[in-house]
Write a protein that binds this ligand. Structure first.
Ligand code: NDP
Length: 356
């Protein structure tokens, strides 16, 4: 079976990608930042043989050579410097049998911006160019690399398009990205641009596809240590279910969403469908608002009513903000999007199972 390197296996989206890859018979090696995280993934798949699923450690994708895994020590004896090369691991992008595809999901996603460059821009941009360079140098069998980009790389918040599609690019600059309100969006935009530039200039053996989802909701199948560690995009549903917004409906923010299982399938389809090469895919199920989410929760879980904002609380309405065109994802990748009700009901179920 074809073999896939999946980066960021501990993440919310990657957990679903991993499961769908295994279900469809792919062999998978995933990168994680620690042995503990890797062992949790293996423990969650007790019946999967190790030749089908294993992990390698890539501690920080922002580091130069993060995917090369060659650690260099300089030893000094008096005035003489001796270089000693210590190979800690196989190169992350090398495997036996070798990889056919790479899915790069690892990138920081939260809104706690302390140092925009160190915490976001570097891991997103250097993480992306770093893995592309390593694949070009050490993994000539890789045919396609799919990068998890974002609607953040499409949206133009200062001057919305009437209808967003893959043709649109966020015009955000590096300098604007240093302002914490723009940092995440800049990290995704500049990382995706860097990837397309790399392929154009370096002409590697592989081609590129990107997956550009807006807010991703859906069941938590990843390896959650506590509800406080919930991934960023599910935090709004988690907050509602835990009674953090009893007084009012919080602003919706971005008015487009998609279920994580559809995002995961989109990743897998990019490696199954040959025409997916050299394409961006805008992956969205459509409009939603926080009020829609709350109404679904109240209806499906009446016992949670006293944790939710009042029934008559006003909410913002998405309809006239901007439109979307997701036709490429349905036509090329064959996606059929889940509805908001199914997604929210399934998400709440897993949150309650995790102690909400
Ligand atoms: P998670 O936070 O759950 O996953 C992020 C993953 O990236 C984790 O595995 C994390 O590792 C890893 N990671 C972050 N920084 C580094 C680093 N410096 N070095 C190595 N690994 C790192 O978020 P999601 O699953 O939601 O996000 C996955 C991808 O999808 C990201 O690229 C994100 O931008 C993109 N995306 C997400 C959307 C959403 O709504 N969820 C919407 C659009 C795009 P660790 O667990 O060890 O921290």
């Amino acid at each position: 079976m074809p073999k896939v390197l999946l980066t960021g296996g501990s993440g919310f989206i990657a957990a679903h990608v991993l499961d769908q890859l295994l279900e469809r018979g792919f062999d998978v090696v995933t990168t994680v930042r620690s042995e503990e995280k890797g062992d949790k993934i293996l423990a969650a798949h007790p019946n999967t043989p190790k030749e089908k699923l294993s992990y390698v450690i890539v501690k920080d994708v922002a580091q130069d050579g993060a995917f090369d895994d060659v650690w260099i020590y300089s030893l000094r004896f008096g005035s003489i410097s001796i270089w000693s090369y210590l190979l800690i691991n196989e190169k992350a992008v090398k495997s036996d049998p070798p990889f056919d595809y790479v899915l790069h999901t690892a990138s920081p996603f939260h809104f706690n911006v302390q140092d925009p460059v160190k915490d976001f821009l570097d891991p997103a941009i250097k993480g992306t160019t770093g893995i592309l360079k390593a694949i070009k140098a050490y993994a000539p069998t890789v045919k396609r690399v799919t990068i998890t980009s974002s609607f953040a790389a499409i949206i133009n918040p200062k001057n919305h398009e009437k209808v967003y599609s893959e043709k649109n690019w966020n015009p955000v600059t590096w300098e604007e990205g240093l302002d914490s309100s723009n940092t995440y969006r800049a990290s995704k935009t500049l990382a995706e641009k860097a990837a397309w530039d790399f392929v154009e200039k370096e002409k590697p053996n592989f081609d590129l596809a990107t997956i550009n989802p807006p807010l991703v909701l859906g069941p938590v199948v990843h390896y959650l240590s506590s509800l406080d560690a919930i991934n960023t995009s599910n935090a709004r549903i988690s907050g509602l279910v835990r009674g953090f917004n009893k007084d009012a409906i919080p602003p919706t923010g971005t008015f487009l969403w998609v279920d994580v299982r559809d995002v995961a399938l989109a990743h897998v389809r990019t490696i199954e469908v040959s025409e997916a090469g050299a394409q961006r895919f805008f992956i969205t199920a459509g409009h939603y608002s926080n009020k829609d989410i709350i109404d679904i929760i109240r209806d499906a879980y009446p016992e949670l009513d006293d944790r939710l904002p009042p029934k008559d609380a006003p909410g913002d309405v998405p309809k006239d903000v901007y439109g979307y065109d997701n036709s490429k994802s349905t036509q090329v990748l064959g996606l059929k999007y889940r509805g908001l009700k199914e997604s929210v009901v399934d998400t709440v179920k897993t949150l309650l199972e995790n102690g909400a």
